[in-house]
Design a protein around this ligand. Structure first.
Ligand SMILES: Cc1cc2nc3c(=O)[nH]c(=O)nc-3n(C[C@H](O)[C@H](O)[C@H](O)COP(=O)(O)O)c2cc1C
Length: 343
């Protein structure tokens, strides 16, 4: 079915198609008589033996939706009904912000890839927190990750206060947190991946986290463009700050080995999909081996098939996430991966 619709979708601007589709999915799920039942019976994964407990959370299956797809936590229930084991919302910032000028998302069909320079467009953490509160009241079983960032206008020296604002506001309504310092689309953000600023952010969040009776797992999302030395620093930082794990990886700024014509490939932004697959797997393998499997890793980057997901798990990931593969392959990909994993 998706094979038939995809060429039509691919004729239109990717961001417009994205909102067109998710809005209709939500309407069908929430408003259409028997809509939920139809979505669930067509896509949801009812396979036993895929449950996994990672950082204290029980996941019904290991295939999650990566950050950036549902920036404001608007479509979580409908997306969950497609079969995902968990949904990561955001990146959200304390204040609403419009993101970069459009167009800011590009398809590279020859490489089964996307380039985006969205720039953390979102409605702000208050709007997200209120939405997720309602969701959690009605569906406490849906696993939601809160991916948090800083506003463009906030200088890096004050970044920690932005992460704290998002953390405090979302604490009661998400199951785990992701500190995003790896997006290439907020100027200077990736400098926060350096040892000192990163330790400051994570230590401050952990202090906050452990003041509460219950604490939430905090993960760090990293870029695929880090050097081995930087990855060694990451391993050290995880041990020192005692965060719960790593998400590897975000989009890449590299443009190596693309089949796409230069003018399109040279669009500014982060590249995702098939071209990032091997590097992302390499990063997972490096972290897993070098740290002696000291912490859980969520593997993301270029998963377009069950085999791609297996490669990430074999490299040391315990959960996986999809974004670009979900666009290119459609919602059937979730069940396809789950079926292959249970075998
Ligand atoms: C349009 C788009 C927007 C994204 N926005 C975010 C974001 O806000 N925060 C984030 O951590 N990652 C974001 N990502 C990165 C994805 O979560 C994922 O890490 C990356 O795309 C690699 O996975 P993929 O190859 O399966 O897409 C975005 C990716 C795309 C394609």
């Amino acid at each position: 079915m998706y094979r038939i619709i995809k060429p039509i979708f691919f004729k239109f601007d990717p961001e417009n198609v994205h909102y067109f589709v998710v809005k209709r999915l939500k309407w069908f799920n929430d408003k259409f008589p028997l809509g939920k039942t139809i979505i669930r019976s067509s896509f949801d994964v009812h396979i036993k033996g895929l449950e996994k407990e990672v950082f204290g959370i029980k996941f019904r299956n290991p295939v999650g939706l990566a950050a950036g797809f549902d920036k404001n936590g608007e479509y979580v229930e409908a997306l969950n009904n497609l079969g995902f084991g968990f949904i990561e919302v955001g990146t959200v910032t304390p204040m609403p912000q419009p993101g970069n000028d459009k167009p800011r998302m590009f398809r590279l069909p020859n490489d089964e890839a996307l380039i985006n320079r969205m720039g953390f467009n979102n409605k702000g953490v208050d709007v997200m927190a209120e939405r997720l509160r309602i969701l959690k009241d009605n569906h406490p079983d849906i696993i939601v990750g809160g991916n948090i960032g800083k506003n463009k206008a906030t200088p890096n020296e004050d970044a920690v206060s932005d992460y704290i604002k998002c953390f405090d506001r979302l604490f009661d309504v998400v199951d785990y947190f992701v500190v995003n310092v790896s997006s290439p689309n907020t100027p200077g953000l990736r400098e926060l991946q350096e040892k000192e600023p990163l330790k400051k952010i994570l230590n401050t969040l952990q202090l906050r986290n452990h003041k509460n009776d219950i604490s939430r797992p905090i993960l760090l999302k990293i870029a695929p463009d880090l050097t081995d030395v930087q990855l060694d620093d990451i391993i050290e930082i995880v041990a020192e700050t005692k965060i719960s794990g790593i998400i590897a990886t975000n989009t890449t700024i590299s443009r190596e080995n693309l089949a796409t014509e230069k003018i399109l490939a040279d669009e500014m932004g982060g590249l995702s999909g098939k071209p990032v697959k091997d590097r992302s797997t390499e990063v997972i393998k490096y972290l897993s081996e070098k740290s002696n499997k000291a912490f859980p890793i969520i593997g993301v980057g270029g998963i377009h098939s069950a085999q791609d997901a297996k490669e990430k798990l074999d490299a040391g990931a315990c959960l996986v996430q999809l974004y670009t593969g979900f666009i290119y392959e459609g919602p059937g990909l979730i069940k396809e991966i789950c079926k292959a994993l249970v075998k």
